[in-house]
Design a protein around this ligand. Structure first.
Ligand code: TNX
Length: 530
């Protein structure tokens, strides 16, 4: 009787999930090949881990798995050094000669062992994310369920991504998000094999990264946000902490300082950078410099808390402006291990084209001087781009073509499909709709290689979904706009076009929403999810 009660309890409390054959499993992004074998492997507290390979970051992948298991099963899986052990073993192997592409993996599940093989640690990590998705959904409950065995279907998955750049962007300038929020976001996107996080660190309404040689950028420029909130900024130590955390999830941070437009927060801090612009009436917030114990600055602008774009510019004619750009990029490069610095370049509506072009070229040169490559929004194509530079397509096809014709690579972020701040439909409370309403099928049904005429696959570095935050103020709102659409961009970036299919994606997505319910993720319950 006790046994029966126990079974009922476990089933009611934790839901009894039927064991689904591997090839019927809801994996997002869809892998290249999935073959089910019809059996099961069971993880229990005697399951051993064997690690074969000594790449620097291998422990991030294996350790991540061990933590995940510990959290939800209570098992502390022991490591064994017996590389030939095959009984109740999960075997992680780095094999550079395996021919498995970067970020790809092979996941082979048998009745008595699991093999995860990759040529890099990032591939192992991606294999772990897939394994996680085919485990019972209780693995996402975040606390120990009491189950003694965790059943996994047997079979083989061979997988690799279509694009090396699979990104999301978070605008921390319009509203500030804490280090904890950013780490939480990193965890969420890593589940879907996204490997770049672009942080939009400055805009008219706020400057969010400490620059030691220009301290007022944050003390003055970081003091507010859209709607007049208290703003905030990351110290360099906090930024490094985010970068290091992202590394453990195999995510590269790409910092953006938006220039020469979208710079009011800098102009409010340092009048010397201001060519004479004033702030729109709708969002003036005066700075009491005396109360802050700093010198008056006649030329500085007021802070801005509205939502207008395109009214600001740095003074592109002054030498001090380039000293500023160099100081900022030098300090940022020193704390950014990733290869890219994003210089913005969008919507500089009050910068003359004859000033804009040399500014972008000088900024690009400065980025190169500190050993980094430049990314800019598609308008940067007006300037002469270096072949190592990337233009981020968001609005104008001709800009993307201009950039590609110069040999630059294109990052695809079409505002009509990939923008996470666009409303789902006319009833959505959060977000904007200047580019489009983007329902979950619109977010899924687009193809990078046919989007812009004249741009071929080889010219495309990847895809990125930006979340602008004029209307987004907290984690719950962020999740509502991000889920489910982030999984669409993840699949577009990872899965071969021939394997992408709305009906299949929709069916898998429905399964994932059940996991989000368990994880407590807030998501948009689209009418199309039926
Ligand atoms: C346009 S997209 C912008 C951003 C806004 C966004 C709102 C782009 C490069 N610039 O400054 O936040 O629209 O959707």
């Amino acid at each position: 009787l006790l046994l029966i009660i126990n079974i009922i309890f476990v089933n009611v409390a934790y839901g009894s999930e039927p064991i689904v054959n591997l090839d019927q499993h809801a994996i997002i992004p869809q892998p290249r090949s999935v073959i089910g074998k019809g059996g099961t492997f069971q993880i229990d507290n005697k399951t051993k881990i064997v690690v074969d390979g000594n790449e620097e970051r291998i422990d991030y992948a294996v350790g991540f798995f061990q933590q995940l298991i510990k959290r939800s099963t209570g098992f502390t899986l022991q490591r064994s050094s017996d590389k030939r052990a095959r009984n109740n073993v999960i075997y992680f192997k780095i094999d550079a000669s395996s021919g498995i592409p970067v970020d790809g993996y092979t996941l082979d599940i048998d009745d008595n062992h699991i093999n995860i093989i990759a040529s890099t640690s990032s591939g192992l990590f991606n294999g772990v994310q897939t394994l996680r998705q085919i485990m019972p959904s209780d693995i996402e409950r975040g606390k120990t369920s009491g189950k003694k065995k965790w059943v996994i279907p047997t079979g083989t998955i061979e997988d690799a991504p279509e694009y090396g750049y699979r990104g999301a962007m978070l605008d921390v300038a319009r509203h500030f998000f804490s280090v904890e929020d950013v780490k939480h976001f990193i965890d969420q996107i890593a589940k879907y094999k996204i490997n770049k996080l672009h942080l939009h660190l400055s805009d008219d309404q706020g400057w969010r990264i400490e620059i030691k040689s220009w301290p007022l950028l944050t003390t003055v420029g970081g003091a507010t946000a859209v709607g007049g909130g208290k703003g905030g900024f990351y110290t360099q130590e906090e930024y490094k902490d985010i970068v290091a955390y992202a590394q453990t999830r195999f995510i590269t941070i790409i910092p953006e300082i938006d220039m020469p437009g979208h710079t009011n927060s800098a102009l409010a801090a340092y009048g010397i950078l201001n060519p004479g612009i004033t702030v729109p009436e709708d969002g003036i917030q005066k700075v009491d410099r005396r109360a802050m114990g700093i010198k008056d600055d006649e030329d500085a602008t007021h802070l801005y808390t509205g939502m207008k774009v395109g009214f600001s510019t740095l003074d592109t004619k002054k030498d001090i402006t380039y000293q500023f750009v160099e100081d900022v990029i030098r300090e940022l490069s020193a704390i950014t291990p990733g290869p890219y610095i994003h210089i913005g370049g969008d919507e500089s509506h009050v910068t003359n084209m004859e000033d804009y072009i040399p500014f972008i070229e000088r900024a690009q040169h400065i980025v190169g001087k500190f050993g980094k490559k430049t990314i800019g929004w598609d308008e940067v194509a007006h300037a002469r781009l270096e072949p190592s530079s990337v233009a981020q397509y968001w609005a104008k096809s001709e800009n993307a073509r201009k950039a590609a014709d110069q040999g630059a690579q294109i990052l695809m972020s079409p505002s009509t499909n990939a923008y996470l701040d666009m409303q789902y439909d006319t009833t959505t409370q959060l977000g904007l709709h200047w580019a489009a309403y983007i329902e979950i099928d619109d977010a899924y049904n687009w193809e990078p290689t046919t989007l812009v005429e004249g741009i071929s696959k080889e010219q495309i570095i990847g895809v990125e979904a930006p979340l602008w935050t004029e209307t987004i103020t907290n984690r719950e709102e962020l999740e509502y706009m991000v889920f489910p659409r982030i999984t669409a961009i993840a699949e577009i970036g990872w899965t071969k076009t021939s394997l992408r299919n709305w009906e299949s994606y929709k069916t898998r997505l429905i399964q994932h929403t059940k996991r989000w319910d368990i994880m407590g993720i807030n998501y948009y319950k689209s009418p199309r999810l039926q």
